[in-house]
Design a protein around this ligand. Structure first.
Ligand code: 3PG
Length: 391
């Protein structure tokens, strides 16, 4: 991949695709992690004297129409505060953008453009015509083959990987391609079905796989325990058994919880009780791992060489059911392992327990992070590689 950092951008028109798809509430950005992550790239281009155009999507708007709810205006405002400069938002930009060297403009939500999602060739060529250099820096959207993430790379005069994208790829390669062992992955979430490919793919790579949340419940049930009213996928018990069998055959350990925190209902004020997994009753709902399990998991984290974390192991939004996730978060923060965390809920936990500075790498990717861990090729990355090979 041609790296933006190897190019001289002075006086060049540079179109940078970022993933500024951030949560917005009442016209204000509520979490600016992705905007902050894009700043070094933008500052570098500005310092070099480029005329900078930044493109991003926000949400999933209808193509061909503008609506305030889908506008990047709140992002432009936050970006302007963070960069300490005026950041104009350009509403109509596909046919030309007025921007001078040393200036930066934000282009309105690219998913409002007809043909964006279909990776339309005509639209991709128009994007390419806006710039001398196209920089793909949106790791969080690198798993989408769309005009602004993939198509434009094919037609831009020069297509390069931005510093954020490259840092993400380097960190993930470090964690997965040649990891310091033992390699431990924590995969939690409500459903096995949404993380099935991830679990199957990780079983062949990791030394230990900790499962949490509804995924763990399905594994607990597959071992023959009653999980009461817990979130579980009865159709996937055989799949869970198969994953455990595969793990065993490949020498990977899946340490299923031995104790859990249960409650009679899914509520912040529901009374929490610690139970051994074989004592869970018909009216119980498992909402966190128990202290004995947390201790076991923390010991694994302490002796790991690499930790990949995706998903909280309990309902940490409720104080009474956050102890498991907090214990793991603190263990990751304290561990000497190379640690990488990604996914929306995981980042919320990282924030809540204030461990952001103690995780080796925090990914800006949700779906892209998962697809990378699954071993899938990210279309935008493949396109950059193809361009670099052809040059
Ligand atoms: C994300 O938040 O995962 C990315 O911005 C991609 O968004 P999308 O799922 O709407 O393509």
């Amino acid at each position: 991949i041609i790296r933006m950092t190897d190019l001289d951008l002075s006086g060049k028109r540079v179109l940078i695709r970022q993933d500024l798809n951030v949560p917005v509430d009442a016209g204000r950005v509520t979490s600016d992690q992705r905007i902050t992550a894009s700043l070094p790239t933008l500052r570098r281009a500005l310092e070099q004297g480029a005329a900078v155009m930044v493109t991003s999507h926000l949400g999933r708007p209808k193509e061909g129409s503008w609506s305030e709810a889908d506008s990047l205006a709140p992002v432009a405002a936050r970006l302007s505060e963070l960069l300490g400069m005026d950041v104009p938002l350009v509403r109509d930009w596909v046919d030309g953008v007025d921007v001078a060297p040393g200036q930066l403009v934000l282009l309105e939500n690219c998913r409002m453009n007809v043909g964006e999602k279909a990776d339309d060739e005509g639209l991709s060529k128009k994007y390419a015509a806006l710039c001398d250099v196209f920089v793909m820096d949106a790791f969080g959207t690198a798993h989408r083959a769309q005009a602004s993430t993939h198509g434009v790379i094919r037609f831009a005069k020069i297509a390069a990987g931005g510093p954020l994208l490259m840092a993400e790829l380097d960190a993930l390669a470090k964690a997965l391609d040649a990891p310091a062992r033992p390699l431990l992955a924590i995969v939690a979430g409500s459903k096995v079905s949404t993380k099935l490919e991830l679990l199957s793919s990780l079983v062949g790579k990791v030394d230990q796989l900790i499962v949490g949340g509804g995924i763990a419940n399905t594994f607990i049930a597959a071992l023959g325990h009653d999980v009461g009213k817990s979130l579980v996928e009865p159709d996937l018990l055989d799949t869970a058994k198969q994953i455990m069998a595969d793990a065993k055959a490949r020498g990977a350990e899946i340490p299923v919880p031995t104790d859990v925190v249960v409650a009679p209902a899914f509520a912040a004020d529901a009374p929490a009780t610690v139970k051994a997994v074989d004592a869970v009753g018909g009216d119980d709902m498992i909402l966190d791992i128990g202290p004995e399990t947390a201790k076991r998991y923390c010991a694994l984290i302490e002796s790991a060489g690499t930790v990949v974390w995706n998903g909280p192991v309990g309902v940490f939004e409720f104080e009474a059911f956050g102890a498991g996730t907090e214990a793991l978060a603190r263990a990751i923060a304290a561990s000497k392992a190379f640690s990488i965390a990604g996914g929306g809920d995981t980042l919320a936990a990282v924030d809540k327990y204030g461990i952001a500075d103690d995780v080796s790498y925090i990914s800006t990717g949700g779906g892209a992070f998962l697809e990378f861990l699954e071993g899938k090729t990210l279309p935008a990355v493949a396109a950059l590689e193809a361009r670099a090979q052809a040059s």
